[in-house]
Design a protein around this ligand. Structure first.
Ligand code: ADP
Ligand code: MG
Length: 249
């Protein structure tokens, strides 16, 4: 092995840091024989165990194996040492959709394309019983052809998480994108909650800002409960029909 060159299991050359999450760091990697680019998510087992999240990591692996779709980041293989778990994924070159929307609103045609791809992938997940539960532009990556790939199934749920009432009860997600029924803590349908987040994402792509905003978190929640939002004047007639129906208002 060359000095300073880190090789994983004699198979992948590890490169620069691509991104950081709660439990993981994601690095660029290259398959030594084929030269194929990959993204390697490195999870620290001790930290995960300490925080009681091992089951969730195992679920992330099972889910990613279950949902193979052109608009979902592909998990190629999983490897582990005593202290770490490595997710070897397809490398998605274009970064987060978040970075793009942070620079300003998108043209409606482009937003429509991303939204179609998002809905097609999430519909596939739901048909397999998987709900993502943390859909937001930070977890949507773009490849070199400007195609969208859903990533980060770290909070996803499978049918085995349903309680006797047929609903999910773990409150998770990111406040601005989360459905009112998730905030209510009385159980929710994971697929419907994902669709709410998709609606928020569509709004953000077209507007360049969030539909429900307030410095005060409780006030923001109140807006979410009431589905209280306004469409900016540049929305065309189609997205103006966006209908955030809440099951608890
Ligand atoms: P966490 O579950 O800890 O939030 P993520 O899976 O969201 O971790 O990964 C963290 C960041 O790493 C992402 O937001 C993204 O910037 C980058 N990343 C993750 N997967 C890939 C990938 N397959 N290709 C390129 N970058 C990636
Ligand atoms: Mg993430």
């Amino acid at each position: 092995m060359e000095e300073g060159r880190h090789v994983l299991f004699g198979k992948y050359e590890m490169g620069r840091l691509l991104g950081k999450g709660t439990f993981a760091k994601v690095y660029y990697g290259k398959h030594i024989v084929s030269g194929e680019s990959v993204a390697i998510k490195v999870v620290n087992k001790d930290q995960v165990k300490r925080e009681g999240m091992m089951e969730q990591i195992q679920r992330e692996i099972s889910v990613m194996r279950l949902v193979r779709h052109p608009n979902i980041v592909e998990l190629k293989e999983v490897m582990a040492t005593k202290t770490k778990i490595f997710f070897v994924m397809e490398y998605v070159k274009g970064g987060e959709l978040f970075a793009k929307v942070a620079r300003g609103k998108l043209k409606e045609d482009l937003a429509r394309k991303y939204f179609q791809q998002l809905i097609s992938a999430i519909d596939f997940c739901h048909s397999r019983g998987v709900s993502h539960r943390d859909l937001k532009p930070e977890n949507l990556l773009l490849d070199e052809n400007e195609d969208l790939k859903i990533s980060d199934f770290g909070l996803s749920a499978l049918p085995e998480q349903l309680r006797n009432d047929g609903l999910l009860h773990t409150q998770c997600g990111t406040p601005s994108y989360v459905a009112p029924e998730v905030l209510r803590k009385k159980g929710y349908d994971g697929s419907k909650a994902d669709i709410w987040s998709c609606g928020v994402i569509l709004y953000v792509l077209l507007a360049g800002f969030l539909p429900f905003q307030d410095e005060n978190l409780m006030k923001m929640y109140r807006k979410i409960f009431k589905a209280q939002f306004e469409c900016p004047p540049w929305f065309s007639a189609e997205p103006k029909r966006l209908d955030f129906q809440t099951s608890c208002s």
